[in-house]
Design a protein around this ligand. Structure first.
Ligand SMILES: *[C@@H]1O[C@H](CO)[C@@H](O)[C@H](O)[C@H]1NC(C)=O
Ligand SMILES: *[C@@H]1O[C@H](CO)[C@@H](O)[C@H](O)[C@H]1NC(C)=O
Length: 271
């Protein structure tokens, strides 16, 4: 369509102007920003006698970037940074109690977000399709796509995790987790960050289980079938420090056993 040709022309003009100046927000062009959650329900798998598994739809984000020429001795990385900002993840075993995955610092309000990096590519979500590195000097604009995706595919024991018994007692699973995802250009020497976009998304899962029924017929999805679509914010949101470094959510999370009566127990401590 002619409108996209028009905006490309304007972008090229801005890039030409930016050729010999400092890289700034205005000179980095983002086309075709897309942030979606697949329009399919969470799928429950009941083929293991030990655990129930569920697979949520994918959150997917991608953008086409045109980066202006990068001066000699500058290196820029453009890509996705993601943090978890809220987590409820309960597995209820009738009136005995529940197991719960928790991020203690987030739960107690000590931090506003926890990095969701893969654990090696900090601060980035990953280092394959998620980032592109531009080492200066480059004489022409660089064009590339950065993309990421995320979903949940956990296992939940049919039996109470702190007991020796194998008796299935699981009755409910409830998960509600929120994330903020940033598209960022980072000057690797000065660590200066240029925020290009901020996205918020949420994944919710509600499953009811009748543990008395035979394996394969115990559980069903309740509540919403489809997830709310991600929101691309019109204003940028700053990246909190804990969204940038260790520990990531995988290493920080603990599995608690919270009995109906008595004291909570740490089943799996943080790494
Ligand atoms: C990027 O880093 C270089 C040093 O490698 C510095 O001279 C330059 O001012 C920085 N540019 C921006 C826009 O941060
Ligand atoms: C990603 O990071 C790992 C661990 O640091 C490294 O071994 C691998 O080569 C990196 N991959 C890419 C594509 O940069």
């Amino acid at each position: 369509p002619s409108s996209s040709v028009g905006s490309l022309g304007a972008a090229e003009a801005r890039l030409a102007l930016a050729l010999f100046s400092r890289i700034k927000r205005e000179s980095i062009v983002v086309y075709d920003l897309s942030a979606t959650i697949d329009h399919c329900p969470t799928v429950i798998e009941e083929n293991s006698p030990i655990v129930l598994r569920y697979k949520t739809p994918y959150f997917k984000a991608s953008a086409r970037i045109v980066m202006p020429p990068v001066p000699r001795s500058e290196t820029w990385v453009v890509g996705w940074i993601q943090a978890c900002t809220q987590m409820e993840f309960y597995n209820v075993y009738g009136d005995i109690g529940m197991s719960s995955w928790e991020l203690p610092h987030l739960r107690d309000g000590l931090v506003r977000a926890i990095s969701d990096s893969d654990g090696v590519s900090y601060p980035w979500y990953g280092n394959t399709t998620e980032t592109v590195t531009i080492v200066g000097p480059t004489s022409k604009p660089s064009r590339f796509i950065v993309s990421m995706n995320d979903n949940f595919y956990p296992s939940v024991t049919w039996a109470v995790p702190v007991s020796e018994s194998n008796t299935p007692l699981l009755t409910n699973i409830k998960r509600d987790q929120s994330f903020t995802t940033w598209l960022v250009a980072l000057n690797t020497t000065t660590k200066e960050k240029i925020l290009l976009h901020t996205i918020k998304w949420r994944m919710r899962v509600d499953i009811v289980v009748d543990p008395c029924l035979p394996l394969g017929s115990r559980s069903r999805l309740v509540g919403r079938v489809h997830q709310d679509q991600p929101r691309v914010l019109s204003r940028m949101e700053a990246i909190p420090p804990n969204a940038m470094g260790r520990p990531n959510a995988n290493d920080a999370q603990v599995l608690m056993w919270r009995p109906r009566r008595g004291h909570p127990l740490v089943v799996i401590p943080p790494k």
